[in-house]
Design a protein. Sequence first.
Length: 97
Amino acid sequence: GMSFTDVFKAYHDFEGELTEEKFIEYVLKTEEGAVDGFDDCPNAKKVDVSGRDISHCDNLDKALELTRSKDWTYETICEKVLPLDVKRDEEAVASGS
């Protein structure tokens, strides 16, 4: 496999080891870092998803006007998500990813 630095060098004129600071500096100096011309959509809703608990899901549900069943707990989410996570990892290893 290739490191992120190797991949970055393959597509960009870049020398040395790529650090987070160098990546941000490079992107901001190029067209990829340009964000001019984009305005906030007047219909957009900003949602706080910084919570390290179920509150971020609550905030998304409220913003999107969704309702979910009351039995949606951390444990029930894990019961559904963890098998998917294991399967994805197995498939990634099998395909050489």
